[in-house]
Every structure is written in structure tokens, then in C-alpha cells.
Design a protein around this ligand. Sequence first.
Ligand code: ARG
Length: 647
Amino acid sequence: MIAGCACRPQSLLTMLSVSHRLSERLQLALDLCFPEQAAAARAAGRPLDPQLVAASKPEFGDFQANGALALAKPLGLKPRAIAEQIAACLQADPAFTALCLEPEIAGPGFLNLRLRPEALAAEVAARLADPRLGVPLAGIAATLDSAAPEGEASGEAGPVAPAEPVIVDFSSPNIAKEMHVGHLRSTIIGDALARVLEFRGHQVLRLNHVGDWGTQFGMLITHLKQVAPQALTTADAVDLGDLVAFYRQAKARFDADEAFQITAREEVVRLQSGDPVSRRAWQLLCEQSRREFQAIYDRLDIRLTERGESFYNPYLEAVVADLDTSGLLVLDEGAQCVFLEGVSGKEGKPLPVIVQKSDGGFNYATTDLAAIRYRFAAPPAGDGARRVIYVTDAGQASHFAGVFQVARRAGWIPEEARLEHVPFGLVQGEDGKKLKTRSGDTVRLKDLLDEAVERCEADLRRRLAEEGRAESEEFIRHVATTVGLAAVKYADLSSNRTTNYQFSFDRMLALQGNTAPYLLYAVVRIAGIVRKGGDGVETNIQGRQPLAASTAESVSLHFSEPQEWALVRQLLDFDAVIAAVEDELLPNRLCAYLFELSQVFNRFYDQVPVLKAPPTARDSRLALCRLTADTLKVGLGLLGIATLERM
Ligand code: ARG
């Protein structure tokens, strides 16, 4: 069942706390079986690795330990003989036998491990009592990953609060320009990644790197001074739509008129040197855009800290100086450049990253270099980040590759730190071309969100009429808004972000298939079953008090049907899926998991009686329903999607 699910990445662990305990047992078995080699390996800083992974097929059990194969050579023994010794050790370990049935040796020396049914049921009970649904805090996972020696990574170890933040640079539209669908994708994907990282216990800095600096302001201010001076002195004198139009006119003049170009350049210099009139004009323009952006963020429930390009202005000179000191800077045709290693352009010529143009001006790349330097620098001079993630369209991949390489060679990236570009494909219309309105204009985000909500409302009214249900206007508005926005977000998140994405209202709003309406409906239905079952516990995970430890222990669950076990295993995979999203930054993995969970649940509910089952089976099955509803709610919440009680 589980092996057939595309959601568990190969070789990843499942049930993190269980695999953590198993790892410890295996480590101990290795120490007992091969004391000298284990001690030597540990002294060399590379402890013997039992290579515990999720079973590759359900017939093999839940886990397999593949370590015997790699140990054959150093130990001078046949892998099967090693596996037999480890198995014997494990069987003599009560902590192991409490968790697993007798290990089986397969093939050349794989150790197949099957969890005891009671251990699985206990894990379900533990998750029911845990608002985090078994997802460990990142600090614990870190010790798990490095297979720390006995004692250090015991289950009781408190979470290690990471002092260094993870930065997610997302959304990042440009001032005086309209936020477009590419920015919407970045906003939705970036927010989901930030939520997952936060849930894992990281301190996340959500940075909006807005384009609020540079030559465009010279053009715009010069043009506005002539045609709409009130925009530069009075707040809200023009709206963003007008500003965008003014910006277009300014750009056209800049390209055609040399005198205008000169004035615009002088204006940039004035702005950058802090001239109060220019500054005030610039601030007004930024505020205007900011308000428009904020309206979108509020609607989508997105939190962001604005730290635009202008923030890094005071650090640009130091970037160039630093690169010069490290000997990376080359003067090429008047521009200060760093030539990239391993990348060449036309005719095999090495490609440069230009950090200072021949006119002395800085550019997008310089600002990003300053940003990287600042983000990794230790506080108070910087953010002291451990991981920096950029969510932009794939078109910027070479920009980031270049900038990352320069930053690395300049020595600004600490050794353990991660610096990642999270690219996504283009948003296309159903015709596979760039998304446009019927009249051929670019789609405004506000209109796009409005349409999703309006269509949802129409669908809902139709459904209510068909079912002869009467609902208040407030209910209809709330459901339509929630489902409409969820549909837009989910459609984006559920496709693999690296490919182009075809925007289709019909598809995203469908009640069937891997869509938000389908999943929201599943939550309502399953929560309804639990309510009917009347176990007296609300399924609202946010409001639920974790059961006291003693209560959790006293909840004894019994499962017997294969459909129950299939659902148990799917439920218990949640923590590993979250850890995978944290690592690979692919929200579609979580979407695929949630969809698969709802499918596995349907098979269970179709084929196994719940409410009409005999008392013990009924309680255990209701518990599965409740954990399914909770897992769907928490999972959708991590995607930035709110759930409904009724719809
Ligand atoms: N403002 C840029 C754009 O609209 C995106 C900025 C992304 N972040 C960054 N640090 N470069 O394309």
C-alpha cells in the first residue's frame, strides 16, 4: 500500500520517532556484535551505520537495515553472517522486541523489520494526543540525521532551539509596477515553505525583497514632476494603476529622449545621495505600492517583512571593496566584474557578473550580493542565517547561480550554511500561452482572486438550490471566499513547481480530483463522522488540549482489517513527509500526501463499518477518523489553506 504511494521519497525514513528509536537499537546491536570495529569507527568520527530506511516494499515490513552489506569488507565477514549476528542481538534486546517482530534476513543480507501491531497502534494513540501530530522539532531531527551515538539523542532530549534563522525571500514585487502572477506564485509557494519551516521549529525570517531602488525611480520621478507633480507631494493622489501607466510612459520617454535620460540619471543621483525632495517623492511612491500589495497579502493571509533593495544601499560599496580584496574583481570594458568559473557564454567566453557598471552605478546582482553578505553575517552586523531560500521564477536561475558562486568564492557563506534558489515555472493560460485576459491584457491579481471567489459562490448557490438547503448570506460569502482562495493556492502548490503551470479555474474548482474543494470537503465529511460517533472530542486541532500522558496510554486501539492498517501507515507517514518538504522544498509532496490520505481513508470507510461496528472496533476506527481529519487540517494549514466546519 505505502510503497505504491508516490509521496514517500525513496530511502527516507517514516515515523521519525519510531525510526529514531530503532536506529538506537541497531546502533547498540552493532556495538555489541562488533565492539572493536564499532569503537574504532566511532573514534574515527564515522560510527558504523546500520543504514536504516523505510522498507522498499510492504511485503518487506516497515523498515529495512542495509548496513550489513557495507560492513562485509571492513569486518571480513559475509553480509548474511553479519545480518544474522545483528538479528540475534536485536532479539535479545527487550526495547527492540517491544517495537518489532522477529527480524527477517533477505537477499544478500538485508534485515527486514516489521513493527508490532501494538507498536503501530501506540504510535497512533500518541499522535492523537499530540498537536504536532508526531512531527519532531528540527533540533531533534538534526541529531537523528547524524545518527548520534547512544545517549546523546535520546527521545527525551529537548528540542534544540536554533538561534540562527532560516530566511525565505519571497513575493518581492517591484514598486510602481503591478504585482503579477509570477509574484503570486512566489507568494503562495514561499508562504507554504515558511509555514513548514516554522512548524519544524525554525526561526523564519520572511523577507519581501521589493524592488524599491534603482534607475526606474529616476525616470518615474522626472516624468511625474512634469505631468503629475501632486503624486510626489500628496499621498494617494494617484492610484497604483495610474502609477503603472506613468511608469510605462516614463520608460518610453527614457528610451527615446536623450535629454530626458540625462535628467532621469541626475534624479537617481539626487535620490541616492539623500536629497530630501527626491526622498519624499520616493517614499510616497513606495507607500502607495505597499498599500496595494498589502491588500493582496491580507486577503491571502500572508505575513511578510518588507526589506527592499534600498535597505542594502549602504552596503554596496563594501561588496565591491570586499571582492577587490579577495582578488575576484576584474575591470572589463569599464565595468567591475567577477568572471564565473565553469560557466561560459557565446563562443566559449567566460561570463561575468557585473557588480559596478561603467557609469559607477550598481545593479540587481550587486544588491543580491550585498543581501547574501548581510544575511549570513553574524549579528549585529547581519542576520546570522543558517539557510537562505529564494523563491522566484526559473528565469532567474542563472542570476542566482552566478551570484551564489561569487558569494561563495568571496567567503561570505559559512561552511554548514545552505543557500538555495527555489525556482518555479511560468503561469500559463489554458492555451499554454502566457496568461492573459480575454481582451489580451495582463491579468490583475485582484481580478484573478475575485473571479475564483465569484465562481465558487455561483457553484455553491447552485448546489444549495439542488439540495434545497437554505444558508445565510454570511455563510455563503465565508465558504465561497475560503474555497476560492484555497483553490488558487492549492492548484499552484500541488503541481510540481519546477514545471510550467496551466492556470484553469475549472480544474482548480472541481469537487473531484486533487483539488482544494475536494480536500476541504473531505475534512468536513470526516469531521462529521467523528461528531456523529460522539467521542466528545472536538477535532479542531488548534483548540484541542493534548491528552495527559496517562490518558494517552490508556487509549488502547485495536486494528484488524488491512484497510485499517493501510490507513494507519498512511497517517504515520505525515512526519516524514513534512521533513521531506523541509529538506527538498517541494510543497507538492505534501499535497500528494494529503490527497493520497483522503483516498486511503475513502477505501477504509467504504469497506469497513465505523459507526455501526461493535464497540471496541468502533472506538479504534473513530480514532482513525479523528486522526485523519486532524492530519488533513494541519497539513492544509501548513499550505496556508484554512479549513471549514461546513460547506
Ligand atoms: N523583484 C524581483 C522580481 O520581481 C524579485 C526579487 C527576488 N529576490 C531577490 N533577492 N532577488 O523579479
